[in-house]
Design a protein around this ligand. Sequence first.
Ligand code: ASP
Length: 334
Amino acid sequence: MMEKKKILLIGTGGTIASEMGESGLTPELTSEQLLRYIPDISGICQVECDQLFNLDSTNIQPKHWARIAAAIRARYREFDGFVVAHGTDTMAYTAAGLSYLVQGSPKPIVLTGAQKPIGFETTDSKQNLRDAFTVAASDMAGVMLVFNGKIILGTRARKTHSKSFEAFSSINYPVLGLVRDGRLIPYIRPEARAVPQFYDTINSRVALMKLIPGADCGVAAYLLERNDALIIESFGVGGLPTYKAGDYYDTVKAGLDAGKTVVMTTQVENEGSDLAVYHVGSSIKRDLPILEAYDMTTEAVVAKLMWILGQTTDRNWVQELFYTPVAADILAEK
Ligand code: ASP
């Protein structure tokens, strides 16, 4: 009989591990306690547990992504796959963060969580955990998010429903596969290397600004002053307001002149940016060394900039790394 695969379950908190207290749901359960709810998992794989912290993912910061990556690195050889139990609210950011901190993993690294705690009578926790173990014990590769039977690439995930079990969508990229009745149905196996490349430095001085009609560019100036990079989520295929002469243009130019990175993206969920289409976009793209997100998710842009700026602040190098695909995070022609 073939020996069962060895999977490391890394606990980080979230609803899945929460219990009801006086002020609402709070993460309390450890990964060992989670495992006790799904004793049948021993039929799929052998599991060991590692509890890193127990946080609502609202409190998860980039330094926590680095801790998860370090925990995977420390035990990479020992295990065939990894399941990270995580809160859903910022899971897409952590999935993107891990996609840059652990690149090209030939072993599956699977994030999952739940909309309802594992101890509740109606819960998606057990199914999501079982599905995550099924994927972690398979021949899939790289960083993925498994939720409600869908397997989503780590750089392409977004939380699109705040309450339903169908909480996540794959943005501008097909789902990698499904898990149905415990069976894996793979469509795409992410590209992998023979050995993964781990990174441990991250620069969290990255800010995000969402434009609204009439928005004062003082906000952009403020954010540029305090950060190394600013992502501007503009409208449609992208552009900067020009109703006050020189306003946004001068602010962005001053930030760029001070050595900051500026990325233009869109607040439209699907299909990405294309600054070349309209004057409000093409004029800044032509005149200023800004970057453009194209089909990347904002979550991936945030995490990629934090990873890049942890390595370098050299403008050419930043640009080169930004447009070089990592885990199929960017597909559009430049
Ligand atoms: N607030 C929770 C968290 O992100 C929500 C969840 O896990 O579903 O930790």
